[in-house]
Structure formats: structure tokens, C-alpha cells
Design a protein around this ligand. Structure first.
Ligand SMILES: *[C@@H]1O[C@H](CO)[C@@H](O)[C@H](O)[C@H]1NC(C)=O
Length: 215
């Protein structure tokens, strides 16, 4: 009996590890076919005979993103949605532009760790460990510096330089997903009850309504 429980435990552990990241490809490539009718975990493969170089290609990452928005940053993603050849490969990337004082607000990627390098400017970056410690791990990065945000953890960046800043991030999923904390908590559709948020944040309900009105 005890052996059985240990075995089940081991099995559960192995499964959770295996399912925690994108699956390995079972052929050279599986270029996403957005028109396929079949539903799979990921996207169905385009016929390999009609695959072209452009299926593995994306242009324009040298272009600055528009940072004229309340947070002063812009993410230009290159995931399987923009580059169909990424399907089943377990990787993607993004360019992030920051206006002076701009931030990439606290968010998580449910399916990816992220490794970020600063191409220009100076960024304060950080992530918070899970409960109960909730330690803030933070550092100021300069051009050429690299920092990693472990999968699932809440992280952010802030431009602390004089001019614009640029970063390139690589992510360990073809479709990392993003949960922006403020938008998810205060901008859900429909709203999470102000009573719930008021107790969760230990703050007056009117302040909750005020925050909700901004998302
Ligand atoms: C940038 O975004 C702002 C706000 O949406 C818009 O008004 C402006 O025209 C955009 N600028 C460019 C160059 O696209």
C-alpha cells in the first residue's frame, strides 16, 4: 500500500513536471495552420509540403512600439500568433519599448519563464516570490544586462534612465500568455464584487469602485 502511494506520488510529480511547459515536437516542425478545423493542444500543422520560409519569419522588430498610453510602455509580441513556425517549439520573443518613467506593469506568464536583455537605456526590474514569503527580488539593469523572471511569478520593469529604453525578451512557450494583475483583478468582465476586493485589499469599497472605473 505504502509503495503504491509513493509510486502514485512519483507519477503525479513526473506528470506535473512534464505538463508544466510546452511539449517537445514529434517531427521537424509543425507550422501552425490557422484555418484548420481540428482542435488540438496548440495549433494543427500545415501540410509540410507547402511550408515556406515565410512561415518561420517575422519582420519589424527594429520598429519602436507606441508608448503613448497610461503605463508608458508597449510590448510587441512574436508568438505563434505572429510567427506560425513557432508552433510546438516552446519558444517565443517580444520587444518592449519604454518611454521615460514608463513601466511594464506587474504581470505573470502562466506558461513561460522569461529571459530579458536591455538593448538600450536603464531598467529597474523585479519579481515577487510566492506565499508566504513574497520576497521582492529586484535589480537595476543597464544596456547589455540580462535578467530572468521564473515561470508564473509576478514581475515588472520600469524605465529609470533619461531617455527611452528597449528590451528584448525570450519566453519558454510558443504562447506564454499574460495576466496583467491590475487588469485581471480590477478589470474583469463582469467586475469581481467590490466587497471581495475591499476585504482582500483591506481598503474602502469606494476606492475599489474608483480603481475598477479605470480598467
Ligand atoms: C500612438 O498611440 C496614440 C494613442 O493611441 C495615438 O493617438 C497616436 O496616434 C499613436 N502614434 C502613432 C505614431 O501611431
Amino acid at each position: 500500500m505504502a509503495t503504491k502511494i509513493v509510486l502514485l506520488g512519483l507519477l503525479a510529480l513526473t506528470c506535473s513536471l512534464a505538463l508544466a511547459s510546452d511539449h517537445s515536437p514529434l517531427q521537424d516542425f509543425c507550422v501552425a495552420d490557422p484555418n484548420a478545423q481540428v482542435k488540438v493542444n496548440g495549433l494543427a500543422c500545415k501540410d509540410a509540403k507547402i511550408v515556406q520560409a515565410n512561415d518561420f519569419f517575422f519582420a519589424g522588430l527594429h520598429l519602436m512600439g507606441n508608448t503613448s498610453n497610461p503605463v508608458g510602455s508597449r510590448v510587441t509580441p512574436v508568438t505563434v500568433a505572429q510567427l506560425p513556425g513557432l508552433n510546438t517549439l516552446g519558444i517565443s520573443m517580444a520587444r518592449i519599448d519604454y518611454a521615460p518613467k514608463g513601466i511594464n506593469p506587474p504581470h505573470t506568464h502562466p506558461r513561460a519563464s522569461e529571459i530579458l536583455t536591455v538593448l538600450d537605456g536603464s531598467l529597474e526590474v523585479g519579481f515577487v516570490t510566492s506565499n508566504p514569503d513574497n520576497l521582492l527580488i529586484t535589480k537595476v539593469l543597464q544596456k547589455g544586462d540580462v535578467f530572468v523572471f521564473p515561470v508564473n511569478l509576478i514581475h515588472f520593469q520600469r524605465n529609470v534612465g533619461q531617455g527611452n529604453a528597449i528590451a528584448i525578451a525570450a519566453l519558454s512557450s510558443q504562447n506564454p500568455g499574460v495576466i496583467t494583475i491590475a487588469n485581471a483583478v480590477f478589470g474583469s468582465k463582469p467586475d469581481i464584487s467590490a466587497d471581495i476586493l475591499s476585504k482582500a485589499f483591506q481598503i474602502d469599497q469606494n476606492i475599489i469602485y474608483q480603481i475598477q472605473s479605470k480598467f
